[in-house]
Structure formats: structure tokens, C-alpha cells
Write a protein that binds this ligand. Sequence first.
Ligand SMILES: *[C@@H]1O[C@H](CO)[C@@H](O)[C@H](O)[C@H]1NC(C)=O
Length: 414
Amino acid sequence: MAETSWKGFFLSVFDYKTEKYVIAKNKKVGVLYRVVQLAIIGYIIGWVFLKKKGYQDTEESIQTSVITKLKGVSLTNTSDTGVHLWGPEDYVIPPQGETVFFIITNFIETPNQRLGYCAESFKVPDGLCRENADCQEGDSVIAGHGVKSGRCLKKDRNSTGTCEIYAWCPIERNRRPEQPLLRKAENFTVYIKNFIRFPRFGFSKSNVLETTNDTYFKRCSYHKSRQPYCPIFRLGDLVSWSGHDFQEMALMGGSIGILIEWNCDLDKGYSECNPHYSFARLDVKSSASSITSGYNFRYTRYYKDEAGNSYRTLYKVFGIRFDIMVHGKAGKFNIIPTIINIGSGLALMGAGAFFCDLVLLYMMKKSTFYRERKFECAKNSTKRKGEENTMTEDRGHRKQILERRQLTDLSPEA
Ligand SMILES: *[C@@H]1O[C@H](CO)[C@@H](O)[C@H](O)[C@H]1NC(C)=O
């Protein structure tokens, strides 16, 4: 007994099983099924393959290097120090061209500061005093400019004064010019060299147009439609493309983002891979007189007089900070994502068929009828094996013919 069942099992391994289908002549479900199929095919071809380029292997980890260089000079004439010539070596901070650079557009200069004793500014709350006891000797002024000497300097007995401090004197005067001193910075230019690499595809490129014409870069200036491959930008344009006014921004300072985007379809060839630039102001400007808007910081230049004593010039500089951000992704045909996407599309087809089955078997008026035809009930019978087989085969055949006829007759549209 055990031997025969073993043998039977062994032989059945080589049987090929195939599914039996029931054709339901139902126009409603038939149309629904075609619509679902069309929608899925449309989705796979239109969205997955054409729009999202599902047949490509993509790489988003772009490697990039940015080099910047500024050109332009400007003359300033202030009452304190007279005429001053500003070149890129003076107004660009840091001087080495990087992804972030700052251009001075306005400044407050405090020349000839020397170490000594003078009065703290009235603007520093911790520096105010009514008597000498308010100025504890040796304490530094909180958020102030120096160390208290212990004396309170007042105009007369009853007024409020400020502590005397040991500091770089005179203290900076906070008087902002009405006009940006480096107005001409609007016409300065910046040369942005950007090299990129997609390591997975071994693809490298730069944003600089490959030309043998030497004078091209001396004359050109980037423009979205007229000169898209010129990497030289006028600062005034950068600000106006971000939707702001250069002179207004130059007064208090601000921050501009330059976004370079590389979206490369490497199936299309080398010359089709080009950067797209976009510009945005990054410091949010809530209102015109907001004290938080703008961008400034201080720096000093030190000098020595003939006697060997040092003195310095303090600059509070206002300016525009440019942040260059490089993003990118590249795609190239690859068989593996293609197969994966086709496979998931086919699986989706299966889900469509499943959905139509549900509608047919449970939501139509004739659902019970279709259900009876679709699901065969296998009952346990005591008949001998061989007999049963021929019987069911024979009956099955006749039943199928009958079913077909009935299905056609009984379909709701008929
Ligand atoms: C910038 O250059 C243009 C043309 O050369 C000139 O008309 C304009 O006045 C300049 N802007 C400033 C602020 O100097």
C-alpha cells in the first residue's frame, strides 16, 4: 500500500497542472476588467516608464566641487578715512573662492582705535550707572565692549552715566549710512566653476562651456534664455532673479541661495547633461524695519605706529552672503530595474483581475449563479478510484458544455 502511494506521488511530480477558467459572459464586468487593464497599462507605460524612467538605474549621490572668483572694483569716499579703493581681495570674505562667499556692500568704519580708557556706550544696559559702586572694577560689561575700571562717568550729579571701561577706544559709533557705500557691487561679476561626478556611472562634467574661444568668458554674462552656458553672473542679476532689489538688500545685507541642479539622462549623451540654475533669498524678511533682517559682522585690521604701538580699524560690515548648493541625479538604462518594474506591473494586473472577481462574485445581481459555477464542491465519495475518475471526467465534460450554454443564456444582458 505504502509502496504504491509512494510511486503515485513520484509520478505525480511530473504532472503539469494547469488552471481552468470560467468565462463569464457579462458585459459590465467585462468592460470593467478592460478599463482596469487599460488603466494599469497606462500607468505602467506613461508614469512608470516614460515619466519616472523606470527602466533606468539612478544615482543621487553627486560628487561636486565649486570654485568661485569675483571681479570688479569700487571707490568709496567717507568723511572719516577719505577715499578707499575696494577690490575683490578686500570685499570678498573668505578670499578663497568656496561654495559660500560673502560680499561687503556696506560698512561702518571706526578708525584709529587704541587700547585705553573711555566711556561705555549708552546702548549697553549693563554699562549704565548712577554711582561708582555700579561699576565693579574688573567686571566685564555684559554684551559690552570692555572691562569696568570702577568709575562712573556722568555729565552732572543727577543724570545717568556709563561706566568707564578699558577697551579699544573710541567705541564704535552705531550710525548706519542711508545708502550702501559699495553701490557699484551691483555690477561685480562672479565666475562659478562647478565640477560634478556621478561615481557609479563614471561620468564627470563641468558647467563651463567647452569652447576654444578665449574671449567668450571675458564678455559673456549668464542669462537663462540668451546665454545659459555662461558661468559668469552679475551680482545684481542674482539678487533680482531671486525677486529682490540689490540696493535695498545691500544696505542691511542678506543671504542668497544659488541652486545648481544637474538632472542627467545619461542615455541621451554627454551634451544633453546640463545644469539648471535657480536663485532664492534665504533670509526671511518679515517687515521692512525688522531688526533681525540683514546680515552683518565685524572684523578688524591692525596697524603699528612708528613708536611700535598697535592701533586698529574696526569694520562692521553689511553684505550679501551667497550659498551655492549643488544637487543632482543621473539615470542610465539597466535591465534589473526594468524587469522589476515590469514584474510589479504584472502583479498589479493580477490585483485588477482579483477586483473584477469580487465584483462578479459578490456585487452583481446574478452573483449566486456565477459563484455556483466558479466554485466546485468536492464531496467525499466511497466509490472506487478508477470508476470515480471516469465518471467525473465524463460528467465534467457534459457539465462544461451545459455551463457554457447557461452562462450565455443567463447573462444579464442577454
Ligand atoms: C551697472 O552698469 C550699468 C551698465 O554698464 C550702468 O548703467 C549702471 O549704472 C551700473 N550700476 C551701478 C550701480 O553703478
